[in-house]
Every structure is written in structure tokens, then in C-alpha cells.
Design a protein around this ligand. Structure first.
Ligand code: ZN
Length: 159
């Protein structure tokens, strides 16, 4: 049982205060970090669930949605990526949020598209900043079509 004396994160020998978390041993410092990370993750997850509830105007997040999130995380997707995907599909592309149980499919199908979209946006923004830093903000009106007829104002630098 040599592992008890070695921190599974930093690999240092633990002199005092061995901590155990999820079957692994940590030194006090790494344990604190792991706890903070776990808490941050949990908060981010709650924010995602809140975002979904707001988006679909529902009180409770159905099991099938929580399951879809867990599955996506197991596949290596990130919480921020999942949120970004939903933002991309429903807010940017303007698809009507009328069926919350469809979220799992949306995440699976649109995740890479959303990543690409945000990469592209970042690249364009960086290119624009490079060209001229002194151009004042331009307001563009975009009419969305489909179920959600809304006028939105986009600032160029947010695109
Ligand atoms: Zn450590």
C-alpha cells in the first residue's frame, strides 16, 4: 500500500494529512484544489440546467435531458461546449425551443458545428481587430424568420 503515501495528483510523498477522494489519495494541497474544481464543475452544471430551463420556459429539467448531459460529458464534451451548442442552435440559428427532450440529439448533431461557428467567429473578430482598431461599433439589424419572429440587434464586435 505504497500509494497511501503518494499524492495521486502531484506525485509527492505525503508527510501529513492524507486525504482520500474518489478512491484516490491526495496531499492536503491537491485535495483542496480537487474540491474547488469539483465545486466549480457542479456550479457550471447548475448554470447549464438553469439556462435550459430558461430557454424552454420549464420548471424542472426532465431526466432525459440530465441523462443527455451526462452522456455528453462521458464522451469528453465540455459543459461550456454543451451550453454553446444550445446557444448556437436555438439562439443564433433561431430554431424554436419547443421540445426539451430533443436536446440530446441537438448536442450530438450540432456540437461540432457550434465549435466551428465559434472558432470562425473568433477568427473573424481577430482579423477585424488586426485590420482596424479604430472603427466605431456598427449596429446591424437582423430579421429572423421562422417560429420566433424577433428583431435582434447585434453589435458587429459580438458576431
Ligand atoms: Zn499533491
Amino acid at each position: 500500500m505504497a500509494a497511501v503515501n503518494t499524492c495521486s495528483k502531484c506525485g509527492k510523498k505525503i508527510i501529513t494529512g492524507v486525504r482520500k477522494y474518489q478512491g484516490k489519495y491526495f496531499c492536503e494541497h491537491c485535495y483542496e484544489l480537487a474540491m474547488a474544481e469539483a465545486q466549480q464543475f457542479e456550479e457550471e452544471k447548475q448554470k447549464l440546467i438553469l439556462f435550459i430551463k430558461d430557454l424552454f420556459s420549464i420548471q424542472e429539467c426532465p431526466e432525459v435531458v440530465l441523462y443527455a448531459i451526462e452522456r455528453s460529458l462521458k464522451e469528453g464534451k465540455k459543459l461550456s461546449g454543451i451550453k454553446g451548442t444550445l446557444h448556437y442552435y436555438y439562439n443564433i440559428k433561431g430554431n424554436a425551443p419547443d421540445n426539451v427532450s430533443y436536446i440530446g440529439t441537438v448536442i450530438q448533431r450540432e456540437y461540432n458545428n457550434a465549435c466551428q461557428h465559434f472558432e470562425e467567429t473568433k477568427r473573424i473578430r481577430a482579423a477585424n481587430e488586426l485590420v482596424d482598431l479604430n472603427v466605431p461599433a456598427v449596429t446591424v439589424k437582423i430579421k429572423t424568420t421562422g417560429a420566433r419572429q424577433q428583431k435582434r440587434k447585434y453589435r458587429m464586435e459580438d458576431l
